[in-house]
Unconditional design. Structure first.
Length: 219
């Protein structure tokens, strides 16, 4: 029985990848559209505010669109650098590029960009990679152990886990010996653990070596 990723597990990981990256990808697409199809406007300054002081000061300006751009007459906010803030206060006007039909997609001259969305997305992607690796690495511990009774002596095996049903109903079991407890072996097949009762049969294979044995599954 060769180890293959389960379709449901692959689908779940793919779904999580889409859910994590879709918001940032959508935002990136909107920024691209804004750069290629945006309309440049000069709009009135509605309000301004400075939070903090000195080098840590944050400059915010609010503006509104003409009715043809935003029939709802909303007020829109932007964080800008000090020079753009001073220029907006001096002119009482703001230079804006907006995506037609999407007043919430805009950029203001001198706007300070935040990379928080990208940082969060990359962080979540790395976390997902770590979780997938941990699951793949320790997946054998997460599945119920199988039990088998040997019907022949244990022999050294080639690298790689195997649980293959034979014509006589027995199974060919191959895996690394992770534990030897009297008349029982614990074999790690990679995707599952199998406890093999020797039932009087010989085991010349040592701990942490790959063993192969024919046996009957009993649980």
């Amino acid at each position: 029985m060769k180890r293959r990723p389960r379709p449901k597990a692959v689908l779940l990981v793919a779904l999580l990848v889409v859910m994590i990256n879709l918001p940032w990808a959508h935002s990136a697409l909107q920024r691209w559209e804004l750069g290629h199809r945006g309309t440049d406007l000069t709009v009135p300054l509605v309000a301004s505010r400075v939070i903090g002081s000195g080098a840590d000061a944050q400059h915010y300006i609010s503006f509104s669109y003409p009715e043809r751009i935003d029939p709802q007459h909303g007020t829109w906010l932007a964080l800008v650098d000090g020079a753009a803030y001073d220029a907006a206060l001096a002119r009482h006007r703001v230079e804006v590029r907006v995506l037609p039909g999407h007043p919430s997609v805009y950029t203001v001259q001198g706007q300070v960009r935040s990379h928080a969305g990208l940082v969060i997305t990359v962080g979540l992607d790395l976390l997902l990679v770590l979780l997938v690796w941990l699951f793949w690495r320790f997946r054998s511990r997460l599945r119920p152990r199988l039990r088998a009774v040997a019907v022949a002596d244990v022999a050294p095996g080639e690298p790689g886990g195997l649980l293959d049903r034979l014509e006589d109903g027995a199974y060919l079991i191959r895996g690394q010996i992770t534990q030897i407890d009297g008349d029982e072996l614990l074999l790690d097949l990679g995707d599952r653990l199998v406890v093999v009762a020797l039932d009087g049969h010989a085991n010349p294979v040592g701990h942490r070596e790959v063993a192969e044995v024919r046996g009957l599954l009993v649980g």
